[in-house]
Structure formats: C-alpha cells, structure tokens
Design a protein around this ligand. Structure first.
Ligand SMILES: [Zn+2]
Length: 571
C-alpha cells in the first residue's frame, strides 16, 4: 500500500556501490524496509529504569491530586508533560503549533434516588450498597418512572451466532437487568464453546458499554448490570470507586449517542433479593441465560429512579508531540504511541488517604511512553514515517481522550499505520515472555515477535482473555476506527521467580490496589522488566515506521471491516 519510495538506496545497489556508501547509510536495509536493527540499539539503551522512575515519582506525587481531568491536578500534569516533550526535543504534535489537543468534556456527578415497587409496596434502594447508577446526559436530572423491571439475560443480540436474548419482547420504556460478560455457552465436554463469543476470551458483547448501547437501541429507559466479581473482572468496590463520583463524557451538544438515560450496576446481593421477591432464583435463571432458549423474564416490579446531577464543563487536554519522518513521501504516515495521563483524582468518601495516585495506572505507562519518546528523539537517523506521541486524557472515564482523538484526528486515520498503547507497566522484574492482549488480532504481533526473539523472549497470549482487557484501554478506540493496535501486558514467566509468581502479583494488585488510593509507588518495584518491554515497544514502533508493508488486522478480527472502509475512503 505504501509507495516504494526509499529513504536510502536499495541493498542491491548498495552492494554495487560498495562499503563507502554502506557506512554513510548506516547499514543494509532488509527487503521489508527495516534497516540493520543494530542502528536502533543506542536509542533502546537510552531507556532506563531510573528515567522511568523519575517520571513516575512526579506524576504519582500527591501534588498532582490524582490527575483528574480538569482542575489543578490536570494543570500540573499537562505542564509537566509539555515540558518533558519539549526538553526531549519533540515538536508540537498539533498542526496548530501547540502540544495541546483540547478535549471538551462534561463532568457529571450523579445522585440517584431509587425505589422498587412490588404489589403496591415500595422499598428504597440504598446507594451505593445496592446499586450504583448515573447518567451520561448533561441535564439537571433524568428519571425512570414506574418502569417495569425485566431480566434480559446477557442482553446480547448477535445474529452471527444466532443469538438473541430479547426475542420478541419489547423493552421500550422498561428498565432492563442484565448479566455481565458474554453468555458462557458450554460445549459437549462442559468447557466453554470456542466457536461462539470467542470462547474463553471476552468478546465485545461482554462489555458493559455494549450492553448499554444495546439497551439504547432497544429503547429501554434504564439499564442495570448485575455485578459479579469473576465475570466482571473486578470487585464491586471498583464499580463504586469508578461510578460513585464525577464522571465525564465527551461533551456533544444534545447528549451522547447510544446511551440510555439511567444506567448502572446492581450489587449481586441486591439482585438476589430482587429475584427472590419475585419468586425467581437468580442462579437458575443465570444458567438458562447461557442458552439460546432464554427469554426475558419480568421481575414483577417497577423501578422509580431519579438521578439528579451536578454538571461541570471541563476543557481537558490530550498532550501531543511528534517527530516528523525523514522521507517526504512517507512523512504524512503516522505511528501513534499512546498512554493515558489521567487517573481518578481525589475522594474523601472512604476516609483516610483521599488521593488516587494511580502510580501504576497510569503514571507508569505515561513514564514508559516518555522514555520511548526520548529514545526516539535520540535515533541517529530519523525513521521515514512520522511518530505522534499522545498523552491521553479521561481514559478512566471511558477512553474519552482516545475517543475524542478518534473522532477528531489530528492526522488522517487512513494514514495512521498503527497504534501502540501503554497502560500499566511491569513492576515486578524481568520476564521471558511478553503478554499480548488481543493476541492474534493483527500482524503487529509478528513485528513484536521478531523483536522479542532478538531479545531472547517469546510472545504469550493473554492469560485472562475472559476479562476483556482489549476493550479496557485507549488502543480500543483506535481499533474501533480501524487502526491496527498493539497493547502488551506484563509477561507471566518471571526470571528467577517461582512459577505462578506473575499471576499472584497481578491478582494481588487487582484485589488491593487497582483503582484505589493505595496505587502508589511501592518500595519493592523492580522496573527491569518494564525497561525491556519499553525497548521492545520502541523497536516495534521504529520497525513499523520503516516497514514497506503496513500492519493489517487478521482475517477474523472484528475491526478489519472498519479498516477496509477507512482505507477505501468510505469513512
Ligand atoms: Zn489505565
């Protein structure tokens, strides 16, 4: 797809001209367009644990107030990022000559008041014990009134799998209650059927965003997902911490497309009671919901929920920096490297430490990106394609900085070759493997595999594909608009550590620190593995910035059709 233009002469011609020119050109270029890989090594070696830790110490410091979009925390964070990009020698990434892409958000603090009425008797729902709901509509209040509660199983409509949870039931104006994740359809042996909903992996049908989108398409007034820790992938406290506070959306006049007015989560215990009061058993309905025979079930009660809001318009910012490519015919083609700078801010609701420092999530990924940016600037020769580094805002509020960029790209998406995203780094030491989230999705895996092999490492698929991590960070917004995206995670096979160490550490982090004020820099952090990962990602980006053939989605990837449309100019 790219032109055959070269930034240097061909290997054959080089051989003919001789060693003099070879020296001038810095080594032979392979048939794939990538020069001698040793030329990237000085830049790789410029990435250090100390450098990364210096950035993390600043970004996770209490003075940045947990880096919420808007306010003093954002101002300090953005100033730091801009200063770093400048001092690393990167040019302003916005064509308007600044390091800023303004992102208009609206912050909505939702206060729900809800009752469930059965046989004329009402009882109040306790927030946040029983439920956590809010609205994405920028209006003073929204409500569902006398809205029948209907259980719709997993709330999935997937014609390609001959799956339809709603059957012929009209849920217009109703409040639907759904299960989280994909329907766990068993095969003959009782294992998950790999031919439907991606088997063990979570498909997009399993994501809460999909479920609210489907509720909206069906005209529901309200949408509640029953929280269960295992299929959700995180505890109920995480839902409270993420939803029971000011939430943001991209500020679109008239409100967001494809969202119901009242949406949220029902605690598992509250769901048990709600079903039991209707003479229903939650667990047996849940089993039934994993079959095609399931039909929606009325819960014999109505919901009255009013959500009052406090609104705050927030001008937030993506921070953007670039290095132009050296080849005039390729400099308008982009590799985009991303990490979200934001975290959850402050909250004194829990008592104790009010600051969500987000050291791992995602001061660490931002630091890793800054190290890669600095290394890129130290390359002895510019790559032929350009690279754009974006520190994205409002990831924690639903990938909003990335969503905004995808809807308002600074450079055409059809000229965007790949996205490489970082969200959380490995803080537990070196690994022999690199985990690829969404393994097999695109040919970026092949590039990473070659880089890893050079480092004596191997690729591993996501060990927890059921948790849907591919949909849970910013690269997903690039994937949704068709841009092939690479997102890696800590490997599992730790050097000099017992088997199971990686899983144990990951589980500890999820249980103890994920989206909690205790996500702080820990004395036992060992960034040696994060350095190796960063060097590998630098080299992947550098290779992609040279490759004669663009990375592509695999045949079965759900984003391929969008890419085809984008490249054909239909988007
Ligand atoms: Zn994150």
């Amino acid at each position: 797809m790219i032109t055959s233009a070269r930034y240097c002469v061909s290997p054959r011609r080089l051989a003919a001209i001789g060693a003099l020119l070879l020296a001038a050109c810095g080594g032979a270029t392979g048939s794939d367009g990538v020069p001698d890989v040793s030329t990237v090594d000085p830049a790789r070696n410029a990435i250090t644990a100390d450098g990364m830790m210096r950035h993390i110490a600043v970004l996770a410091h209490d003075s940045l107030e947990g880096r919420a979009p808007g306010g003093m925390g954002e101002a300090r964070t953005v100033r730091y990022l801009e200063d770093q990009f400048k001092s690393l020698g990167l040019a302003p990434g916005n064509p308007d000559g600044t390091y800023i892409q303004a992102v208009n958000l609206v912050g909505i603090t939702s206060r729900p008041e809800g009752t469930i009425t059965r046989n004329g008797v009402s009882r109040r729902l306790a927030f946040p014990r029983d439920y956590v709901v809010g609205t994405r509509y920028p209006v003073p209040n929204v409500s569902v009134t006398n809205s029948e509660l209907v259980f719709v199983g997993y709330g999935v409509t997937a014609p390609e799998f001959d799956w339809g949870d709603f059957k012929d039931v009209d849920v217009t104006g109703k409040t639907i209650v759904m299960l989280v994740n994909d329907p766990p359809v068993p095969d003959a042996s009782g294992a998950l059927d790999s031919t439907i909903f991606k088997g063990d992996a979570m498909s997009y049908y399993g994501r809460w965003t999909y479920k609210y989108e489907e509720a909206s398409r069906r005209g529901a007034a309200g949408a509640l997902i029953v929280h269960e820790t295992v299929p959700a992938g995180y505890p109920y406290l995480t839902v409270i911490n993420s939803w029971g506070r000011e939430n943001f959306d991209v500020n679109v006049p008239g409100g967001p497309e494809g969202r119901v007015q009242v949406e949220g989560w029902l605690a598992r215990d509250a769901a048990d009671s709600l079903f039991a009061e209707a003479g229903l058993n939650f667990d047996s309905l849940k089993t039934l919901a994993a079959t095609r025979e399931f039909r929606p079930v009325s819960l014999g009660s109505t919901a009255n929920i009013t959500v009052s809001t406090s609104l705050r318009e927030v001008q937030s910012r993506n921070v953007v920096a670039k290095l132009d490519g050296s080849d005039p015919t390729l400099t308008n083609e982009w590799v985009i490297v991303t990490a979200h700078w934001d975290h959850l801010g402050m909250d004194s609701l829990h008592g104790g430490d009010p600051i969500f420092n987000g050291a791992l999530d995602n001061a660490s990924g931002t630091a890793q990106m800054l190290e890669i940016a600095g290394a890129w600037a130290k390359l002895p020769e510019r790559a032929p394609r350009s690279v754009l580094f974006i520190a994205l805002t409002a990831e924690e509020q639903g990938l909003l900085g990335a969503k905004y960029y995808a809807q308002n790209p600074l450079y055409p998406l059809a000229k965007t070759v790949a996205n490489i995203n970082m969200d959380g780094i490995n803080q537990w030491g070196r690994t022999r493997d690199i985990t690829v989230i969404g393994y097999g999705n695109s040919t970026l895996d092949d590039v990473l595999r070659e880089v890893a092999a050079r480092d004596g490492r191997v690729l591993a698929p996501d060990p927890e594909p059921e948790k849907g991590y591919f949909f849970r960070s910013d690269h997903f917004e690039f994937a949704k608009v068709g841009v092939p995206a690479l997102y890696i995670n800590s490997g599992s096979d730790y050097v000099d550590k017992p088997a199971g160490y990686g899983k144990q550490k990951r589980d500890e982090y999820t249980a103890n620190d994920y989206h909690k004020p205790s996500d702080e820099v820990k004395p036992d952090w060992d960034l040696s593995g994060a350095v190796e990962d960063a060097r590998a990602l630098l080299e992947v980006g550098w290779r992609v910035a040279h490759l004669r053939t663009w990375p592509t989605w695999s045949a079965g990837a759900e984003f391929k059709a969008e890419r085809d449309a984008s490249l054909a100019g239909r988007r």
